[in-house]
Design a protein around this ligand. Structure first.
Ligand code: UD2
Length: 313
């Protein structure tokens, strides 16, 4: 039986990973400073996990959390482009300093593998689509720089200390439990909850920007695969994790309007600083080395997510 440490376990991705690891018969330990995560996300599994409210920047707590662990899923972050534009220091501490602390602790505890939540933001505004992992990164926002730095640290800890790491570049993940309440929340969590409440959503820019929106169950599957794939194929490497379909925001609004039955229109506001225009993944590497294929497509993901918010808001 494997022991997993999940950082950011109270977030929507971390808590989904916790459920999946438990379902596989794993032991789950989690760290979260509850800066964006919520303990409610863990309510029905809290008694079955070793939950620690602690910050990765507290090195002693991080060392302690890594003891006896086989696999680490590193999801903890301040996951927001605009927040990083407003507060680059805070973003760097949470996304870079905390990642280095975790790597040091994981190395010292001799964990088998660290799987890292990297971001498609690393590609920035390079014109070529779809994005392949061998393309040069071109981060725009401090958030994107921090997430990319985390990848480089992952690879460096593999090369320098032999700690196996796998970086998964997530492409705009959405699904149940994603926090819709902050101005920095992911666009789908915001739009769905606003439209369910009869409020008018706002598109920043003209709505032509596109994203490769990816349902959370696909990411969970990719993480479990990243633990089991042969080291020779994945250690120290970076993989896109996405749906491999690009939808623009105007289309996204129309799809939500139809499923939700929202009668109104969307409003438009100025484009956001640091925003990427288009994002679409090439999944060749993930398929070849992780056996990853998206199991849940965009529309099905939307339906499941809307259903969840209907029952839980
Ligand atoms: C970035 C990364 C994503 C992930 C995420 C942090 C890219 C392409 N993606 O997502 O992989 O790391 O950061 O969780 O870099 N928007 C509106 N109205 C709103 C809210 C957002 O129009 O009320 C727009 C926003 O300007 C952007 C799009 O929706 O063009 C997606 O925004 P987001 O914050 O959901 O995610 P994004 O793309 O910054």
């Amino acid at each position: 039986m494997s022991t997993y440490l999940i950082t950011g376990i109270a977030g929507f991705i971390g808590s989904s990973l916790a459920r999946a690891a438990l379902a596989q018969g794993g032991q789950v330990r989690g760290m979260d400073n509850l800066s964006t995560g919520k303990k409610e996300n863990l309510s029905e599994i809290l008694s079955r996990i070793d939950f620690r409210q602690a910050d990765l920047l507290a090195l002693a707590a991080t060392h302690d959390a890594c003891r006896g662990v086989d696999y680490v899923f590193h999801e903890a972050a301040i996951p927001s482009v605009p927040k990083s534009v407003l507060d680059p220091l805070g973003s760097n501490q949470a996304n870079v300093d905390a990642t280095v602390n975790l790597l040091v602790a994981a190395r010292d505890a001799k964990v088998k593998r660290v799987v890292y939540a990297a971001s498609s933001a690393a590609y920035g505004d390079t014109p070529t689509l779809p994005k392949r992992e061998d393309m040069p990164p071109n981060p725009i926002s401090p958030y994107a720089v921090g997430k990319l730095a985390g990848e480089y640290y992952m690879t460096s800890f593999y090369r320098c200390y032999g700690l196996e790491t796998v970086s998964l570049r997530y492409f705009n993940i959405f699904g149940p439990r994603q926090d819709p309440t902050s101005p920095y929340s992911g666009v789908l969590a915001k739009f769905i909850t606003q439209m369910l409440q009869g409020e008018q959503p706002t598109i920043f820019g003209d709505g032509a920007q596109s994203r490769d929106f990816t349902y959370v169950d696909n990411v969970v599957d990719a993480n479990l695969r990243a633990c089991q794939a042969p080291a020779a194929e994945v250690a120290g490497k970076v993989f896109n994790i996405a749906t491999a379909r690009r939808v623009d925001l105007n289309e996204t609004f129309r799809a939500l309007k139809k499923i939700i039955g929202y009668p109104g229109d969307v409003k438009y506001a100025p484009e956001r600083a640091g925003d990427v225009k288009h994002s679409l993944a090439d999944l060749t590497q993930a398929e070849k080395h992780l056996g990853y294929r998206p199991k849940v497509d965009f529309e099905e993901g939307l339906r499941r997510t809307i259903e969840w918010y209907r029952g839980n808001s």
